[in-house]
Structure formats: structure tokens, C-alpha cells
Write a protein that binds this ligand. Structure first.
Ligand code: NDP
Length: 445
């Protein structure tokens, strides 16, 4: 089998040179799905995985804008429309200086499987720019978003492609982009998700990815008759996903002892309770400051330039970015007794780190399953927009909980291996089958 995977990967690498994150994401899927395809000749003959790994469309464009001191700036914008077999393209926009084709193609590829797992009718896409919102004024962010949308608006629409937020794109950026789309198209539609509550947004959308990740982890713990109650939890990141993961862990009786940003991490052995979390939310969402200020305020440790995986704990929730846990760090976590890892971020663990989790047979929920709550509530936002209705907080939260529970069931169905549940296998095959069957039905398009 490894020969088949190697041959498949050789073609992917030749066709997508230098896009290392894309190679990594495809390899993780190919190792599980290609053996399954060998057992199911209908998928093999139709070359389904080969077709999924080739984006339906890649859009790349210039984004010129003028900064506050009158200088012209030029960024690059992207949208990867990866797969529309089961619904309109759906996936976030990332604004971060590291953004290039390889990052967005990995994210769009993951999104295809993730969206399939949610049970909702959404295809996969992803986009963004190498623009860095950090240190920019609100006016600069607005001018950038308007220029970005001036081009992107030609390619998206509520039945075609519906972007959302991701790293560097929150409520402020979605607002500026929605405003520009509406002006250009003269349409008030659900073309973006993550909108403000007064103009088409859904309750629970900001919370959805973090809450969903914790619901998924609670289900994993449940398979061992366990729960978050009394558990010590490591969280990385301090943005949208990390904040609401922390909130939900607190509600379920666990204790979060770390948060991080790209400068380092804070370790608060007393736990980041509701009051301290409020400080973090204000610091990150309003002041746009650094996590170090938490350590200064609460008198705990700030460990500069490091990630939190060396701290003793029961559960880890990586919620910052890709490849933030390597094999060495995975080994340290295993030695320290971490036995449940649910990924709020996309592809935070390297493939070598994942091998270590699987060797140790811990509860490991890969991002495409564990963090699907965000896109699920985006899907619910689309439904509410189409119905011209707004559901209550309780109703959306109940639906989110049910979707995370269904995703967990799918992973168990396809990933059960004796007493062990291989969630990597479960998520990849569970996500693949629905898209593959739709592609078979729709012919070679
Ligand atoms: P935010 O921009 O709100 O927060 C990102 C956090 O991660 C910040 O604390 C940031 O620190 C940190 N971070 C970003 N890049 C790096 C890096 N290279 N090294 C170390 N830390 C870094 O983003 P989100 O919380 O929305 O997204 C976090 C992760 O969750 C991403 O992987 C995203 O793809 C994934 N995700 C998000 C969803 C959503 O609904 N928002 C849905 C599903 C997945 P700093 O401020 O220093 O950059």
C-alpha cells in the first residue's frame, strides 16, 4: 500500500511544487483513503481522490490599497474553489503574512472533508490574503477589505461560494467586506457568514468552533466513561477559537491553564476562570494586545517564544495554527499524561506527531472533525438567511451540539478498530464517502 501512496504523492508533489502544507494534508488523507479506495473499485475507476485533490478553480488577484500616510500597498488575494459536489463552496478567509497557495490549498482540501462530515449541504473552499491586519488602523483594514472584495465579489454569491472568517478575519473584517459586496451588487444576501447579529448573523457563530471542539472532546472522553470535570487542559492560541474553547471547558468543570500567541504562552496553574477570560477577550478583540499582558496582570509565568505542550495536563486543545505540535512535543505530552487531544485549529499536529498519538492509542480528534462546529453554524446562518429568520441562542446551540454528536458517531462508525477508535480513519473515510458518491452521480465534470 505504501507504494500506491508514494506514487499518488509523487504526482501531487510534481503538480504542486513547493506547496509543503498541501502535500502534508493530502498525504494524511491518502494514507487512509487510498486503501479504502482499493477495496471499493467504483471510486478507483472514477479517480475520485485524484479529482478531489485538483481544485475546481483557483482565483488569484492583486489587492492594491492606500495606507494612512498615503503610500500605495500591494497585497495578493486568493480564493480556492475546491469542490462543489455536495453544495456551494464554503470556507473561511485568512489574512496573515504567511498566506500563499500551499496554505490555502491545504485548508480548502481539509474543508471538503470537514463540510461533508457536518451533514449540511456545503462544498469546500478557502481564501485570503498575505495582508497582515496586525498594527493596521481600522481605516486601513477597511480600505484593504474593500479592495479585496472589489475583485472577490465577481466570483462568489449565496448559491455559489460563501466565505467566512479565519485567522485575522473576524467580525470587523466581515462587516467591511459585506458592506462592499452589497454596494457593488446591490443585493442584501447571505454571501458571507460570521455577520453581525443586526444584519443577518447567527447567534453562537462566534462561539461555534471553540464550543464545538469541546463538545467533540467531551464525546471522545465519554467513550471511556469520562468527562471534562476536574481535568487540567492546555489551550494554545488566544483568538476566537481558543477563547470560546476556554469558556466551554470552564462551563463543563475543567481548568484551562495555558493560552498563547505568536510571542509565547502564559501558564496560570490556578486556571483561566470567567473573569480572567473576559480580560483576555478585551485584550485580544478590542485592545488587540499581546498575551504577555495577562501574565503581567495576574502575576503568572509568561514563557517567551515557546508553546504550551510541556505543561502537565490531561487534555490538550491546539487552537492557534498549523504545525504547532511536532513529534518531540507530542512525545512530551504523552509522557506528561495527556490522553485526549482535540484540534480546534486546522492541521496543528505534524504527521509525525499524529503517528505518536495513534501509537499511544489516545483519544485524538483531528481538526476536520473536531473543529467542524464553526462551519456548521455558518451553514445554519445560511439556512436562517434563506428563511429570513433568526433562531434563538438555545436553538442554535442545540443544533451545534447535535451536529458534533453526529460527526462523532460517523467517526466511530468508520474508525472503530476493536476497543480503539481511530478518529483519523473515521473522519477521512466518513468525509470522503459522501463527496465521492455525489461525484459518481454527477459524472465526470
Ligand atoms: P484568530 O486570528 O482569532 O486567532 C489566531 C490565534 O493563533 C492568535 O492567538 C494568534 O496569535 C495565534 N497564531 C496565529 N498564527 C500563529 C503562528 N504562526 N504561530 C503562533 N501563533 C499563531 O484565529 P482563529 O481563532 O479564528 O483561528 C485559529 C485556528 O482555528 C486556525 O487554524 C483556523 O484555521 C482554525 N479554525 C477557525 C475557525 C473559525 O471559525 N474561526 C473554524 C475552524 C478552524 P497572534 O495574535 O500572535 O498572531
Amino acid at each position: 500500500m505504501s507504494r500506491i501512496v508514494d506514487e499518488f504523492m509523487a504526482k501531487i508533489i510534481a503538480k504542486n511544487p513547493g506547496e509543503v502544507e498541501y502535500h502534508q494534508a493530502v498525504k494524511e488523507v491518502a494514507e487512509v483513503v487510498l486503501p479504502f479506495v482499493e477495496e471499493n473499485p467504483k471510486y478507483k475507476k472514477a479517480k475520485i481522490l485524484e479529482r478531489i485533490a485538483e481544485p475546481e478553480r483557483v482565483i488569484m488577484f492583486r489587492v492594491p490599497w492606500v495606507n494612512d500616510i498615503g503610500e500605495i500597498q500591494i497585497n495578493r488575494g486568493f480564493r480556492i474553489e475546491m469542490n462543489s459536489a455536495i453544495g456551494p463552496y464554503k470556507g473561511g478567509l485568512r489574512f496573515h503574512p504567511t498566506v500563499y497557495l500551499g496554505i490555502l490549498k491545504f485548508l480548502a482540501f481539509e474543508q471538503v472533508f470537514k463540510n461533508s462530515l457536518t451533514t449540511l449541504p456545503m462544498g469546500g473552499g478557502k481564501g485570503g490574503s498575505d495582508f497582515d491586519p496586525k498594527g493596521k488602523s481600522d481605516d486601513e483594514v477597511m480600505r484593504f477589505c474593500q479592495s479585496f472584495m472589489a475583485e472577490l465579489s465577481r466570483h462568489i454569491g449565496p448559491d455559489t461560494d460563501v466565505p467566512a472568517g479565519d485567522i485575522g478575519v473576524g467580525g470587523r473584517e466581515i462587516g467591511y467586506m459585506f458592506g462592499m459586496y452589497k454596494k457593488l451588487r446591490n443585493e442584501f444576501t447571505g454571501v458571507l457568514t460570521g455577520k453581525g447579529l443586526e444584519w443577518g448573523g447567527s447567534l453562537i457563530r462566534p462561539e461555534a468552533t471553540g464550543y464545538g471542539t469541546v463538545y467533540f472532546a467531551e464525546h471522545m472522553l465519554g467513550t471511556r466513561g469520562d468527562s471534562f470535570k476536574g481535568k487540567t487542559v492546555l489551550v494554545s492560541g488566544s483568538g476566537n477559537v481558543a477563547q470560546y474553547a476556554t469558556e466551554k471547558v470552564n462551563q463543563l468543570g475543567g481548568k484551562v491553564v495555558t493560552l498563547s500567541d505568536s510571542s509565547g504562552f502564559i501558564y496560570d496553574p490556578d486556571g483561566i476562570d470567567a473573569e480572567k477570560l473576559e480580560f483576555v477577550m478585551h485584550l485580544k478583540n478590542v485592545k488587540r494586545g499581546r498575551i504577555k499582558e495577562y501574565a503581567d496582570k495576574y502575576g503568572c509565568q509568561f514563557i517567551e517564544g515557546k508553546r504550551p505542550w510541556g505543561i502537565k495536563a490531561d487534555v490538550a486543545l491546539p487552537c492557534a495554527t498549523q504545525n504547532e505540535v511536532n513529534a518531540e512535543e507530542a512525545k512530551v505530552m504523552m509522557q506528561n499524561g495527556v490522553y485526549c487531544i482535540a484540534e480546534g485549529a486546522n492541521m496543528p499536529s505534524t504527521n509525525d506527531a499524529i503517528d505518536i498519538y495513534l501509537e499511544h492509542k489516545i483519544l485524538y480528534g483531528p481538526g476536520k472533525a473536531a473543529n467542524a462546529g464553526g462551519v456548521s453554524v455558518s451553514g445554519l446562518e445560511m439556512s436562517q438567511n434563506s428563511l429570513r429568520l433568526q433562531w434563538t441562542r438555545e436553538e442554535v446551540d442545540e443544533r451545534l451540539f447535535k451536529i458534533m454528536s453526529d460527526i462523532h458517531d460517523t467517526c466511530v462508525k468508520f474508525g472503530k478498530d476493536g476497543d480503539f477508535i481511530n478518529y483519523v480513519r473515521g473522519a477521512n473515510i466518513g468525509g470522503f464517502v459522501k463527496v465521492a458518491d455525489a461525484m459518481l452521480a454527477q459524472g465526470v465534470v
